[in-house]
Design a protein around this ligand. Structure first.
Ligand SMILES: Cc1cc2nc3c(=O)[nH]c(=O)nc-3n(C[C@H](O)[C@H](O)[C@H](O)COP(=O)(O)OP(=O)(O)OC[C@H]3O[C@@H](n4cnc5c(N)ncnc54)[C@H](O)[C@@H]3O)c2cc1C
Length: 387
């Protein structure tokens, strides 16, 4: 028997350092996350602060950024960390993606030196948590329509509006909030506790339950001029950050798929049906072989895109292709693994159904599968079909 990842000799494409980082993150997940995550999912509660500190200690938060307490590691190393985290639960990878690739990256890329010094070292250590508020109740796929405004009043800015579906919202110490101004869309850093700013958790989720998802309300939030991100102008600011987080999902989704496939292979070996192991039937082997193929192809694509990112040549269309393919295939793998487990596949005793319902969110956030399809359609035809 060989492991699904061994089929394509994935490890031969990785450096010693990358393999070590993967092992380190896997150990943290085995210790801090895996024993508890089904319970967090069931109760819909996450000890986000403790987890952020544990992940900060091993240097995972903002690990691909340079300076300010960040490790400055390569894209593949970061991707492998996302893979290990999402093999535990997509909610945990979401916490890390939003912290590192959305909130920290935004400050790192567009912030003033004072903003970077104030927030980045503490966020890298997991002592402070960030969130990223772009989506609104009426504007998800089309964030350019946003209604949140920031108006000048003397030397200050006053923000009004509502952001929706914001990961880490109510546990964040700082919210990156995108708002419409007279000079176009601009980004602002809103510290938790600022008068007029509230974060309310969204209840009744059946997906990503081990993740905090909130509504942000900005009701006359007054901020000094220094709260604005000087380097981001227009919608390209937030969209550039989303591209960073999407890259992590290309790897992460394959982590969830790998955990499902390993679970299904083990289950099919143990489970006897009609007096023989389930894994000895051709129908089962076809499922397992097809899933191993899609997993292997997805992992190879992820590493390839990681190398392009490290070379500085990756394009947004390539990230869209990776996100679209790998989340779609991961979801298909999770659903098929669910069938292999029969009735056991619907309980939280096994991780499969949890991964499957989590991946429904991953299919939607960071650009829905339809939007990424349209991105590729435009790239292939030269004709945008968004409107
Ligand atoms: C668990 C979770 C966490 C999230 N975290 C964050 C976060 O931290 N920060 C943040 O800002 N946002 C976050 N989001 C929001 C997420 O990015 C949006 O849900 C996503 O962009 C889709 O927006 P929407 O839900 O409003 O769907 P809509 O935009 O209303 O889309 C509805 C459907 O219409 C389709 N559609 C849209 N436009 C077209 C078109 N032109 N042609 C064909 N079909 C189209 C979509 O693909 C989708 O199938 C999160 C969402 C979830 C579920």
């Amino acid at each position: 028997m060989i492991a699904p990842t061994a089929l394509f000799a994935l490890d031969t494409l990785l450096t010693d350092e990358e393999r070590e980082i993967r092992t380190t993150v896997r150990k943290v997940c085995d210790r801090e996350i895996r024993p508890h995550v089904a319970g967090w999912f069931e109760s819909g509660e996450l000890p986000a602060r403790e987890l952020a500190r544990a992940l900060g200690e091993v240097g995972v938060l903002g690990m691909h950024l340079e300076g300010y307490g960040c490790a400055g590691l390569g894209a593949v190393a970061y991707g492998l960390a996302c893979l290990e985290l999402e093999a535990a639960d997509s909610g945990l990878r979401s916490l890390v993606s939003v912290q590192g690739s959305l909130a920290m990256y935004t400050i790192w890329k567009y912030g003033s030196e004072e903003q970077k010094q104030e927030w980045l070292p503490a966020m890298a250590a997991g002592e402070r948590i960030g969130c990223f508020g772009l989506t609104e109740p009426d504007f998800g796929s089309d964030p350019g329509g946003m209604r949140t405004t920031a108006k000048r009043e003397g030397g200050d800015w006053v923000l009004n509006g509502t952001k929706m579906w914001i990961t880490n919202g109510s546990v964040a110490d700082v919210a990156v909030v995108w708002a419409r101004t007279d000079e176009g869309i601009r980004g602002f850093l809103v510290p938790a506790g600022t008068p007029g700013f509230t974060a309310n958790d969204l209840k009744h989720k059946v997906s990503l339950r081990a993740s905090v998802t909130s509504e942000l309300v900005l009701d006359g939030v007054r901020l000094p001029d220094a709260a604005m991100l000087p380097g981001a102008r227009g919608l390209s600011g937030p969209l550039g950050c989303l591209n960073e987080a999407r890259f992590g999902i290309v790897f992460g989704a394959m982590g969830a798929a790998l955990d499902c496939l390993e679970t299904a292979i083990a289950y099919a070996g143990d489970r006897e049906v009609f007096a023989r192991p389930l894994s000895s039937y051709q129908l089962t082997q076809e499922k397992l072989a097809d899933m191993a193929l899609e997993l292997g192809k997805g992992l190879l694509l992820a590493v390839h895109l990681g190398r392009l990112k490290e070379a500085g040549t990756i394009t947004p269309e390539q990230v869209s292709a990776g996100k679209l393919n790998n989340v779609r295939e991961a979801l298909e793998i999770a659903r098929t693994c669910r069938t292999v487990l029969g009735a056991s596949g619907i309980t939280l005793e096994y991780p499969v159904i949890r991964h499957a319902v989590n991946l429904e969110s991953v299919l939607t956030y960071e650009g829905t599968s339809e939007i990424h399809t349209l991105v590729l359609g435009k790239a292939l035809t030269g004709i945008g079909a968004f409107h």
